[in-house]
Every structure is written in C-alpha cells, then in structure tokens.
Design a protein around this ligand. Structure first.
Ligand code: SF4
Ligand code: SF4
Length: 258
C-alpha cells in the first residue's frame, strides 16, 4: 500500500491554520466530523485520522451540523482488479474467443485418494467420475470437502456435478472435525486477532446461532469473507465460520429481496 508521510513543515502550517481559525472563532477550536463508508478496516483508519485531527487542534463533533470540517473516509481505489488465473482464462474465452466456459481444472486431493492431481473436466462431470479418474480410493473416506480446506464445505455424496465454482474435492480417511468436542467460548480473543475483516467472530456466531439477523447485520456480519481462520484457531472448536457464513447467506438473500 502506498503511504505518504506528512512533513514537519505541513504539520506546522496546519497548526498555524488551526490557531488562525481559533482566533477568528473567538478562541474556540474548529470542529471536525468524520463519516466512514465501507468496511471495518476503514473504521480503524478513520479512528486514526480522528486522533490526528484532535492532535492538530480540531474538536470532534458527533453530528455534521455542528462541524466546520467534514471528512468522508472511503476505501482507497487501488486501480486494479485481483483475479485468479482461471477467471482470467474464462474472460479470455468469453471476450476474445466468444465461447462460454465449459470446462475447468479441479484438484482432487486428500489422503484417501489413490492418485491426487489436477484434472481438467467438463462442467457437469459427476464427482464420482472424477474420483474414478484419480484411481479411486486408497481407503473409503470419512470426510469429503468441496473446495479448499479452509473455505470449502462438507459434501454428503459424490453424486454431485462439477460446476463453474468447483475448485477441488478433498477426501480424508479420518473426519477430525467430527471428533472434536465443541465447548463454550473462553473469550481468548484469538478469533478476533486473526479475522481479516476486523469483525468479532465470537459475537457474530452468537447472533447467528440466535438467528438475530438485525444485530448480525448491524455488527457488520456481512463483512465476513468466510476465510475460516476464526474456526481454525478457536481452542473451543466453535464452528464460527459455519454459523456466520449461514447467517450471512440468509441476510444477503433478504437484502436482495428489499
Ligand atoms: S470466517 Fe469471517 S469472521 Fe471468521 S475470520 Fe474469516 S472473515 Fe473473520
Ligand atoms: S477463539 Fe473461540 S474461544 Fe476464543 S474468543 Fe473466539 S470463539 Fe471464544
């Protein structure tokens, strides 16, 4: 991320400006109001800016009406789009060759698979055929996951087609997750530390479990990117990502209806 430091000279000119405005206002400090658009990360940035404004001599207000200066904090536009290679190939097919996406590369992996590897298959291929192409099982798996180990979801059957969003199928001899005992939250804060969206997974999972959609949305549950990091680090083995992810899908669907 590009950063720009404020020079001592620029800071001094701000202090001079604040003093001049304060004199004009009869020794009252000019008031500033901040409004944040976007995600939690942006909230954190706004908080830092508020600290800088206070240091510069601004008095912070709670409403824009009272403010002499209003700052709107928005997500910076990096001027680029980040996509994975498969998406770019799909775009090439559609835009350059004028044909739809009909095939994709699916990773077949896990300790239950005979010949793990990447397989290029037509959309609609049954996952069972994919496993046959990989030489079948070394041992009947206890756990099947569609997608990666962190963001994927459990599959209950192989009789499901590969779709344009299928990236992998993982098959494990043992279902480690099923063996872990879920216990009460011990408020260790690890889920909060690892969350890239800067939300509070422990609380959001509570709201999700209570089906309290309103507070879930108000507490930025929609900012979850379903990375699975919170579930991974939770010593109480709480299925945080699963609870938050399910509530998020419901809330997004309800939002679309409005
Ligand atoms: S799954 Fe959601 S709540 Fe959990 S760490 Fe990732 S972004 Fe945060
Ligand atoms: S990591 Fe688990 S135990 Fe720790 S605060 Fe989060 S939910 Fe609670």
């Amino acid at each position: 991320m590009a950063t720009q430091n404020v020079s001592e000279e620029q800071l001094q000119s701000q202090f001079t400006y604040i003093d001049a405005v304060a004199r004009l206002l009869g020794d009252k400090r000019p008031k500033a109001y901040t409004h944040t658009f976007g995600c939690q990360q942006n909230e954190a940035d706004t908080e830092r800016i508020r600290g800088m404004l206070s240091e510069m001599g601004y008095e912070m207000t709670d409403t824009p009406d009272e403010a002499d200066f209003i700052l709107a904090s928005e997500v910076a536009d990096a001027g680029c789009i980040v996509d994975n290679v498969e998406t770019l190939i799909g775009i090439h097919y559609a835009v350059v060759e004028g044909r739809p996406l009909t095939e994709r590369i699916v990773t077949v992996s896990g300790d239950a698979v005979q010949n793990p590897g990447n397989y290029k298959v037509l959309l609609g291929t049954n996952h069972r055929e994919l496993i046959e192409a990989a030489g079948g099982w070394k041992e009947e798996p206890q756990k099947l996951i569609s997608g990666g180990p962190m963001m994927g979801f459990a599959m209950i059957t192989l009789d499901a087609p590969v779709t344009k969003t299928s990236s992998a199928i993982l098959a494990f001899k043992e279902d480690i997750v099923a063996k872990s005992q879920v216990s009460a939250c011990i408020n260790c804060g690890r889920c909060v530390e690892v969350c890239p969206s800067r939300i509070i997974p422990s609380r959001l999972a509570d709201y999700a479990e209570r089906h309290d959609e309103e507070i879930f949305v108000n507490q930025n549950g929609l900012e979850c990117v379903e990375c699975g990091s919170c579930s991974y680090v939770c010593p109480a083995k709480r299925p945080l990502k699963q609870a938050i992810g399910s509530m998020r899908k419901i809330a997004l669907a309800n939002k679309k209806k409005k």
